[in-house]
Design a protein around this ligand. Structure first.
Ligand code: HEM
Ligand code: HEM
Length: 195
């Protein structure tokens, strides 16, 4: 398997980055909803689940940077036969997923009032303690953290997390399965075995 993408297939690096991201999104959702639905608030167990959410989310923020660099320095495999509208929708969907991979870690980080204990190994400072917060939010916008976090949290949780993100991912997965089982083309193979 080639490391770089070819005209037919995604290469091994693009595949790893893609599937690691998919796993991280799954863990981000499971950790936050497991904590909401099954754990008592403000217990060590809910704190740990929350820290997993923050660590996994922060990892997405790093991986998306690598992914964008890799995507720009590689050819994208050729589209499978289909209408121009279908190709346009697929590309739009991929760009929207990139937007989600950026917006979720950024809004998550900006709106969190506690440090990230990254996979229980080391601490990353919360946004409120950084010079950027002081410069942009305190001095420039003239806002306190609690004023600033409300709209940011609303975007992260109520607009994106509760709706847009999972709808986009479900749409993406349904499209992949439709290509595989109904159209019977190579779309899913391009991102898996490459056969
Ligand atoms: C892949 C990235 C991420 C995804 C998909 C994601 C998704 C979500 C979802 C679905 C919720 C729950 C929404 C609800 O209550 O209805 C949530 C809550 C939250 N997220 Fe994220 N998130 C991500 C990254 C992050 C990051 C990087 C941070 C902080 C560094 C963060 C901080 C939070 C906080 C503070 C909450 C509120 C938790 C609570 O109410 O108990 N998230 N996120
Ligand atoms: C079980 C879950 C998933 C399946 C089965 C899946 C399947 C696929 C397939 C088959 C492709 C190739 C499509 C093509 O080239 O036309 C692809 C590409 C892509 N997928 Fe997924 N995917 C999944 C989860 C995700 C998640 C969670 C994200 C991001 C939040 C994501 C983001 C992307 C992006 C951005 C591309 C375009 C290629 C690239 O630039 O890396 N996928 N996916």
């Amino acid at each position: 398997m080639s490391i770089k993408n070819t005209a037919e297939n995604y290469g091994s690096i693009a595949k790893w980055l893609h599937w690691i991201t998919a796993a991280l999104f799954l863990v981000a959702y499971v950790s936050v909803y497991y904590s909401h639905w099954f754990l008592e608030p403000r217990t060590p167990a809910s704190f740990n689940a929350f820290q997993i959410h923050l660590s996994v989310g922060a990892s997405v923020g790093v991986i998306v940077i690598l992914r964008i660099i890799w995507r720009l320095s590689n050819p994208t495999p050729r589209d499978e036969p289909g209408s121009r509208l279908a190709h346009f929708a697929a590309h739009l969907g991929h760009y929207a997923l990139y937007a989600v991979m950026i917006i979720m870690p950024v809004t998550g980080y900006l709106g969190t009032g506690g440090n990230i204990n990254y996979f229980f190994m080391f601490e990353l400072p919360k946004f409120e303690d950084t010079w950027l917060f002081e410069l942009l939010v305190n001095n420039w916008l003239g806002m306190s953290f609690s004023e600033f976090e409300k709209p940011i949290d609303f975007i992260h949780k109520d607009v994106m997390g509760a709706w847009i993100v999972w709808l986009l991912i479900v749409g993406h997965v349904v499209a992949a399965l439709y290509h595989h089982h109904v159209k019977k083309d190579r779309t899913l193979y391009k991102m898996t075995s490459g056969k």
